[in-house]
Design a protein around this ligand. Structure first.
Ligand code: 9MR
Length: 370
């Protein structure tokens, strides 16, 4: 429903700030309301107009990577996807294109088609690439999961896979999630093929192989639910500390940051975790951020406001942590998020709505960066 625009708003519309706030309200098929979005943080949004510069230019000034997960289909098929991607982000993570099942579909065949397209786009637009995810218990091909393996036969598979993929992108992929989600929610090593057949040392071996294939690449352990100090992040800390102590080439920890406004993160506990990882000499990346609004309180406007605050607080933590190198969101627009499909319900967890309009969360990040 369109409401009449008051004289105040008409005058104010001339400023980019209000225009941006108004577009940020659009959800779903387009903008149909003209009430201003709430400021996403009292100080930052009310006192200064939003910069006309895109997010990536503002992030660049802070030497921060601001990234998104990229899927090959919309990259090929949707012009606005390509435009916003190149304009707003200076870093890309391959959402699915480098997963084992996609890039290594047969024992003796690698398929770089999707990954090549994404990496080429990033090169053309001068964006950093974070490769995801070399060793993971999901999205593996049947030949791997259904094969009968011994330690002797699986070890060369692991090594060849990592060497081949990392070498293929040497100099073009600057950082990698080498091992993904290897710890379960109880804080134990997750039961997976690699652990069962090779043993816990599969983790160190994976990092060593990746380093041998590209000595300049920054190598990360990546997981969810380990952002705040607590059982799981303690286990992650112990793992990476042990690897460090053993001289294994690991450079950082990826905090996925899949969050909801219903149970907002405890920012002080994340801060503590960032600090202890820094004390170990490790970098941190926020690798897969999204913030579900499902189950949050209030109307849509209020939920988007709460979401914007979570994004802004996480960015603030990252900017204040000298070891935090990147904030990557897990998808470009709400239309491309994994969440509705996975949880079987609609949601709006990202920075752009399904019509590619920027949301309050986008403005909140900008307000903090400018
Ligand atoms: O967003 C990804 C989705 O498109 C895939 O179907 C799914 C399975 O490969 O993986 C999703 O991304 C996951 C990421 O790779 C690892 N952390 C959790 C992410 C959400 O499930």
């Amino acid at each position: 429903m369109t409401q009449p625009i008051s004289r105040f708003w008409q005058r104010s519309l001339a400023s980019g700030f209000l225009a941006a706030l108004m577009t940020s309200l659009c959800l779903g098929s387009g903008c149909n309301t003209l009430e201003p979005a709430p400021p996403s943080s009292a100080e930052e949004l009310q006192t200064q107009p939003l910069s006309p510069l895109p997010l990536r230019a503002l992030a660049q000034q802070r030497r921060l990577q601001i990234g998104t997960a990229v899927q090959v289909k919309p990259l090929q098929q949707e012009a606005p996807y390509r435009q916003i991607l190149a304009r707003e982000f200076n870093q890309i993570t391959t959402e699915n294109a480098m997963k084992f099942r996609v890039i290594h579909p047969k024992p003796d065949r690698y398929d770089f088609t999707d990954a090549d397209q994404i990496v080429r786009f990033a090169q053309t637009h001068r964006m950093a690439v974070h490769g995801h995810a070399m060793v993971w218990y999901r999205t593996q091909p049947d030949w791997l999961t259904q094969g009968e393996w011994t330690r002797q036969t699986l070890m060369p598979v692991l090594k060849d896979h990592i060497r081949t993929v990392v070498r293929q992108y040497r100099g073009r992929v600057q950082s990698w999630d080498v091992v993904n989600e290897a710890i379960d929610d109880q804080g134990n090593l997750r039961d997976n093929l690699w652990l069962r057949v090779i043993g816990p040392e599969y983790i160190a071996i994976a990092f060593q192989e990746a380093h041998a294939a590209d000595p300049k690449a920054r190598l990360f352990y990546n997981d969810y639910g380990g952002e705040e100090v607590g059982k799981k992040s303690d286990a992650i800390y112990d793992l990476v500390k042990t690897l460090r102590d053993q001289g294994v080439p690991i450079h950082g920890v990826g905090l996925q940051m899949h969050k909801t406004i219903k149970r907002p993160p405890k920012f002080d506990r994340i801060h503590k975790n960032l600090q202890r990882l820094q004390a170990l000499g490790l970098d941190v990346r926020i690798t897969e951020m999204d913030v579900q609004i499902h189950g949050g309180q209030g109307n849509l406007t209020q939920k988007l406001h709460a979401q914007a605050q979570v994004y802004q607080q996480i960015l603030k933590l990252c900017l204040n942590a000298p070891n935090c190198k990147a904030l990557t969101v897990w998808g470009l627009s709400d239309q491309h998020s994994w969440i509705p499909e996975f949880f079987k319900r609609p949601d709006a967890p990202l920075l752009f709505d399904s019509a590619y309009q920027p949301k309050p969360a986008y403005n909140a990040l900008k307000a903090l960066l400018q």
